[in-house]
Design a protein around this ligand. Structure first.
Ligand code: 13P
Length: 238
């Protein structure tokens, strides 16, 4: 069974969150993760059976960091996973390897599993440098981390050009890139890392994507905000 993680971004207002919780059916699947905006974490904790994740964490600890949310605070709300280095934040908030390293260290200290996002933009894909880009994104962070902690990290391969576009790589391409990521981490650090695929996963393509055995799960954006889409994805995974 694949790990399903929903990244709801800032799509839903409070009423829409409550409606989604009402309509979603986990079909008895355990450990389905939802990453809502911070204000809704407590709603998901109290009203749903989702395991709760966050979309971001502060680079720093508790203290004088107005507007941030620390790993310690997330932990106190029973948050178990946290997305790190989503391409939207790499681009808009200029998140770099050092910032992502700091975030991961903080999360691991509070037993929250980082879901570390990597992926190429369209131009990089067209230039045939996907693996170079992803390899650099991984190594610039992993090289500094304690090797004994790498087991607690999940990598999400999200081609930037596939996010929100309805486009996806072919199954062969996803399989090849996932192999590359697993082999890289295994060869360099002797760790078997889990890899999720993200980018336009929907009820239209999930049955086909499910055929890629090497992929350990999905990081789902838009389809994790619509109960009928999410229900189908869960059913197809049972
Ligand atoms: P979509 O599923 O909407 O393409 O978004 C993917 C994503 O960014 C998940 O983090």
């Amino acid at each position: 069974m694949k790990l399903i993680v929903g990244n709801q971004k800032t799509t839903l207002n409070r009423d829409a969150v409550l409606k989604f919780i009402d309509e979603v059916n986990l079909n008895g699947v355990n450990d389905v993760v939802i990453c809502p905006s911070y204000p809704y974490i407590e709603i998901y904790n109290s009203k749903s059976k989702f395991v709760v994740g966050a979309q971001n964490v502060s680079e720093k600890g508790n203290g004088a960091t107005t507007g941030e949310v620390s790993a310690e605070q997330l932990n106190s709300f029973n948050v178990k996973y946290c997305i790190v280095g989503h391409s939207e934040r790499r681009k808009d908030q200029k998140e770099n390897g050092e910032m992502l390293y700091n975030k991961i260290v903080n999360l691991l200290e509070f037993n929250i599993k980082p879901i570390f996002c990597v992926g190429e933009v369209l131009e990089e894909k067209e230039n045939g440098v996907t693996k170079d880009v992803i390899g650099k994104q991984i190594l610039e962070v992993f090289d500094k981390l304690d090797v004994n902690k790498l087991n607690d990290i999940i990598i999400a391969y999200e081609p930037v050009w596939a996010i929100g576009t309805g486009l996806t790589p072919t199954n062969d391409e996803i399989e090849d890139t996932t192999h590359y990521i697993k082999d890289l981490v295994n060869d360099k650090y002797n760790v078997n890392i889990s890899v999720l695929y993200g980018g336009s996963v929907s009820k239209k393509n999930v049955d086909e994507l499910n055929q890629i055995d090497i992929v350990d799960g999905y990081l789902i954006g838009g389809a994790s905000t619509k109960a009928d889409e999410f229900n189908y994805i869960m059913e197809s995974n049972v």
